[in-house]
Design a protein around this ligand. Structure first.
Ligand code: ADP
Length: 301
């Protein structure tokens, strides 16, 4: 993460912006499969993992929110995190870019490797982590600034001011918002509709060309038309980004995701944990665990 060897020109985008070293320096062995009991991976599948999560747990003070979670998240796929309320989905997602660090009582157990680097190792640059692993929240949260300044905010913060207009346009185009806002870039983002605001937040996240996008229920506060726009956008963005999305909407998970991880409360200690993980067809069509089956068929949760 903070390793200068990672910032080679081979990783760069030509404008001095380092892209993600892991794209060319993954430690995943060809053919490697995840060893969690409940994961299904086609035997002939060779995938590159972005995150290798080993026996991860999260505590908030004396409360254990998540325990014993082992899984890999694969590049350029959409991975949905599903499960009943309170089982640790958000906690899990926020732990992937150290967003929980701001919570004093937060403690991470186990290991989260990002492109082979220990995300929680001493000395890891958290600003760099957030740049590479962007996040969009449930409620659109644009800054009370112009549309342009929202998108330009993160690039400016890290000194990416060369060709800023082009960068802003690129991000807005990628977020499928450019045509709607190109004539009013200097007007307030707060005047946009909720759906537009959420696409603006996605543009803001991708303006620094991250590797991963974490989406925490990104459409749950939106109307059906805006939801469809966000889902379409996810389908487009996955060509360039690895996407992890928390959603409580099963239809949405089935529409947008390639893989799904079902979390629930463990029967004995009522702590959130990963129950089953696999490709979307298996999780929705032929899950191994009765708890997954009950959840995806709407009988529980
Ligand atoms: P989900 O996203 O599945 O609804 P969360 O990750 O939000 O679940 O929460 C998992 C558990 O951790 C819940 O019991 C919740 O109350 C607890 N929790 C979440 N955030 C905090 C926090 N900042 N401090 C203490 N407990 C928390």
């Amino acid at each position: 993460m903070n390793n200068s060897r990672d910032r080679t020109s081979a990783d760069g985008g030509g404008d001095g912006v380092p892209t993600v070293a892991g794209r060319v320096r993954l430690r995943t062995e060809p053919g490697a499969q995840v060893r969690t009991v409940h994961e299904t991976v086609a035997p002939d599948t060779v995938r590159q993992s972005v995150f290798d999560i080993n026996d991860m747990g999260v505590q908030y003070g004396s409360k254990t929110a998540l325990a014993h979670t082992t899984m890999k998240i694969y590049r350029h796929l959409v991975t949905a995190i599903i499960g009943p309320s309170g089982c640790g989905k958000s906690t899990f997602l926020r732990s992937l870019n150290r967003m929980n660090d701001s919570i004093d009582s937060f403690r991470l157990l186990g290991q989260v490797l990002y492109n082979g680097h220990d995300l929680y190792a001493p000395g890891v640059n958290r600003v760099e982590v957030r740049r590479r692993i962007g996040m969009v929240f449930q409620k659109p949260n644009p800054f009370p600034k112009s549309i342009y300044d929202n998108v330009a905010w993160a690039p400016r913060n890290i000194g990416l001011t060369a060709d800023l207009d082009a960068r802003v346009e690129r991000a807005l185009r990628s977020a499928a918002l450019w045509d709607e806002v190109k004539d009013r870039l200097r007007t307030s983002a707060m005047a946009l509709s909720g759906g537009q605001q959420q696409r603006l937040c996605i543009a803001r996240a991708i303006a620094v060309e991250p590797d991963v996008l974490l989406l925490d229920e990104p459409a749950s506060a939106l109307d059906p038309v805006s939801t469809a726009a966000i889902e379409d956008l996810i389908g487009t963005l996955k060509n360039r980004y690895t996407i992890v999305i928390v959603t409580h909407n099963m239809q949405q998970a089935a529409r947008v995701a390639d893989r799904a991880a079902f979390f629930s409360l463990d029967r004995t200690d009522l702590v959130g944990t990963l129950i089953e993980y696999g490709d979307i067809k298996t999780i929705f069509g032929n899950p191994r665990d009765q708890r997954t089956r009950d959840y995806v068929t709407g009988q529980f949760g």
